[in-house]
Structures are given as structure tokens and as C-alpha cells.
Design a protein around this ligand. Structure first.
Ligand code: DX5
Ligand code: ZN
Length: 221
């Protein structure tokens, strides 16, 4: 397995103290910052945009910022996120008119492109796009909210995605997002994920370091 990455979703952080929360979670051992962008159109919730990403960079955050776009349309915000310091930019292919073009524009902007699959979305979009992406993100809940329950069918889908990634021979991260906790992260890792988003499980705890260390132990078993 590629080095496991734990990416806390700041959706569950205290937004009134966001800089401090991100500093704390990175000091507690997190690898990436998962940044959920929702538009009250593609998903029924509204969150944060490029200004907040830029503010985190100005605050001094140097860790990768993993932008998860749950928006429609997708394309016009990409240069703004690149400028704001995004590292990866992932989008839902059905939210873009031309996913291949969107991927190219993410790369042209200097970021790593990723494709996101909802629980009900087949992996077919990978047929002709797998050679273009650096990340495949499988949603293990329907997008829009933190704190939902992990959908078990994701395990089979992860195994399928892992096969496709291995067959491609490319260096592609397989990320999972939604309902990830210390008690299911082991099975998610065994199914092939190497990058783990967790929001409520980490930010809902008193000791972020303890949760992250516990997750790493489960992944490595
Ligand atoms: C859901 C978001 C997730 C969410 C995960 O639409 O994409 O990143 O914050 O939160 P938990 O880990 O609480 O399910
Ligand atoms: Zn997310």
C-alpha cells in the first residue's frame, strides 16, 4: 500500500477557530486537510470557497489541501482554487459537462486532479479517464453532510477501484470519504483505500492525536 494518508474533513471543525483547528489536527498527526466545498445546488448544503483556502495558506498551513468540489458547474472556480493554494482538486464527473476538459484545466492550473464517485455512481467514468487523474475518491455516504453512516457496499466498490488502479500501473491515490471511524477504517484499508477522510470522528473527539493514532494502528493491521 502507498503510505496511508489521513485527511481530516474541516467540515466538522469549529469554523469560528478554523486556523487553530487546522493547526491542532496537523500537529496531532494528520497528513492532509480535506476541504469540502458545497454550493446548495449540487448538494443541499452550503460551505466554504477559495477565500477560506487562501486564508488557511496565509495562516501558515503548508500541508496539502485536498479540495472536494460538490458544486455545479465545476469549471469556473478551478483557477480560483489553484490560486488560493489547493493541492488536489476533485470533482463529481456528472457535475461537469466535459469531465476530461475539467481534469485538464485542473492540471493546467498546477493542481492534481481527482474524480469523485457517489454511492450510486458507477465507476464507468474511469474507463477513459483513469490515465488522466491522480486521485479517485469514493463516497461512502451521499455527499452534503458530515456525521452520516458508512454505506457497507463501498467495500466492494473499493475493491473494484483498486483493481482498476493497479491495472493502470499509475500512481493514483484511492480515497474514501464518509462515515470513516476507527472501527471501520481497517476494513476500508483492507479493501484497497490508501487515503482516508474523516470529519466527525476526528473533530468530534477531545483528543485528535489519540483518534488519528488509533486509526493508523487499524490501517496497519
Ligand atoms: C460529505 C463530505 C465529507 C464529510 C465527512 O459530503 O464530503 O468529507 O465531511 O464527514 P464524516 O467523516 O463525519 O462522515
Ligand atoms: Zn469530502
Amino acid at each position: 500500500m502507498a503510505k496511508p494518508v489521513i485527511a481530516p474533513s474541516i467540515l466538522s471543525a469549529d469554523f469560528a477557530r478554523l486556523g487553530e483547528e487546522v493547526d491542532n489536527v496537523l500537529a496531532a498527526g494528520a497528513d492532509w486537510v480535506h476541504f469540502d466545498v458545497m454550493d446548495n445546488h449540487y448538494v443541499p448544503n452550503l460551505t466554504i470557497g477559495p477565500m477560506v483556502c487562501e486564508a488557511l495558506r496565509k495562516h501558515g498551513v503548508t500541508a496539502p489541501i485536498d479540495v472536494h468540489l460538490m458544486i455545479q458547474p465545476v469549471d469556473r472556480i478551478i483557477p480560483d482554487f489553484a490560486q488560493a493554494g489547493a493541492t488536489t482538486i476533485s470533482f463529481h464527473p456528472e457535475a461537469s459537462e466535459h469531465p476530461h476538459r475539467t481534469i485538464q484545466s485542473i492540471r493546467d492550473a498546477g493542481c492534481k486532479p481527482g474524480l469523485v464517485f457517489n454511492p450510486g455512481t458507477a465507476l464507468n467514468h474511469l474507463d477513459w479517464l483513469i490515465n488522466e487523474v491522480d486521485l479517485v475518491l469514493l463516497m461512502s455516504v451521499n455527499p452534503g453532510f458530515g456525521g452520516q453512516k458508512f454505506i457497507p457496499a463501498t467495500l466492494d466498490k473499493l475493491r473494484e477501484a483498486r483493481k482498476r488502479i493497479d491495472a493502470s500501473g499509475r500512481d493514483i491515490r484511492l480515497e474514501v470519504d464518509g462515515g470513516i471511524k476507527a472501527d471501520n477504517i481497517g476494513s476500508v484499508a483492507a479493501a484497497g483505500a490508501d487515503t482516508f477522510v474523516a470529519g466527525s470522528a476526528i473533530f468530534g473527539a477531545d483528543d485528535y492525536g489519540q483518534v488519528i493514532a488509533g486509526m493508523r494502528e487499524e490501517i496497519e493491521q
